[in-house]
Design a protein around this ligand. Structure first.
Ligand SMILES: [Zn+2]
Length: 293
């Protein structure tokens, strides 16, 4: 995550230049110096709105990272614990940016515990750690359900949904399932990693286990082949991934993403091609992080 979006930088510089040039042009035509302060005022108003979001992020990262937050990350995130000091600061910055710029709400306006928010932000920071130029795919933030499961009608305590990645709208997370994954590290289960993978997959409008918008086109045929082969293995019961991976190729990618961050050594040993695919996609070598610790 960045304080200022890369694309925003280009737009801001371009539009600011246009505003100044147009202002100067009319000031010259009208031979009126009054148009110069008016131009500057228009420029200031434009910059305020264009940089509002970046300003919010900038303010967030200027704050020092609270020690109790650091202790919480140390408790709940093996990924964080394995990072060197430099990488930890980068991780903390991502957490601050996410918390400042993406709403995390409870249903029916329930209050969300600040440490639960921190846990959610840490999940996002983990997945994006190797990709500092990527934005979270969850523009509408996160909606937390105060239960372990819900069903297709969003009834709490029923059904078997631990989370959901709607095409439009916030990522839905059942709080209980998130807590379960924290209490069972190494279970290969994590609802945040799972739903983020679905969002990456959705970005091209189709859910087929191929996050096409974030892949170089040259690797797509290889991805298709590996995801399909691994899905077949999961369907046949020849996979270390959770059985849910056999549902379809989209679930294969989401479950494999969970395993990539939760049980990378197992994934690397039994599914080296899938591991390498995800290592290149997320641009972080999770197995190496554990091996070298
Ligand atoms: Zn899923």
């Amino acid at each position: 995550m960045q304080v200022i979006y890369k694309i925003d930088k280009i737009f801001v510089v371009t539009y600011s230049t246009i505003i100044v040039l147009v202002g100067l042009f009319f000031a010259f035509l009208a031979k009126s110096l009054l148009l110069i302060p008016i131009t500057l005022l228009v420029l200031a108003i434009y910059l305020y709105f264009a940089l509002k979001r970046s300003l919010r992020r900038w303010k967030a990262v200027r704050n020092s990272f609270p020690q109790r937050w650091r202790e919480h990350l140390n408790r709940i995130s093996r990924f964080y614990r394995l990072l060197n000091e430099d990488r930890k600061r980068h991780f903390e910055r991502d957490v601050q940016i996410f918390l400042s710029d993406f709403p995390i709400r409870g249903i029916q306006n329930r209050d969300i515990d600040p440490f639960l928010k921190l846990t959610i932000a840490a999940g996002v920071a983990t997945v994006l750690h190797g990709r500092p130029n990527w934005e979270p795919p969850t523009r509408d933030g996160v909606l937390v359900y105060p239960s372990e499961r819900f069903n297709e009608n969003y009834e709490l305590g029923k059904g078997d949904f631990a989370g959901e990645a709607p095409r439009n709208g916030p990522m839905i997370i059942a709080e209980g399932s998130l807590i379960f994954s924290l209490e069972h590290p190494g279970s290969g289960y994590n609802v945040i990693y799972h739903e983020l993978a679905h969002y990456f997959d959705w970005e091209d409008g189709q859910a087929g286990g191929l996050p096409i918008n974030r892949l170089p086109s040259s690797v797509i045929p290889y991805w298709k082949k590996i995801i399909h082969n691994e899905w077949q293995k999961a369907m046949e019961g020849n996979s270390v991934l959770r059985p849910y991976a056999g549902k379809n190729e989209a679930e294969l990618f989401a479950v494999a993403t969970e395993a990539f961050f939760e049980t990378p050594l197992l994934l690397q040993k039994h599914h080296p091609e899938l591991y390498e695919l995800l290592r290149d996609f997320y641009n972080v070598d999770t197995a190496e992080l554990i091996s070298s610790s």
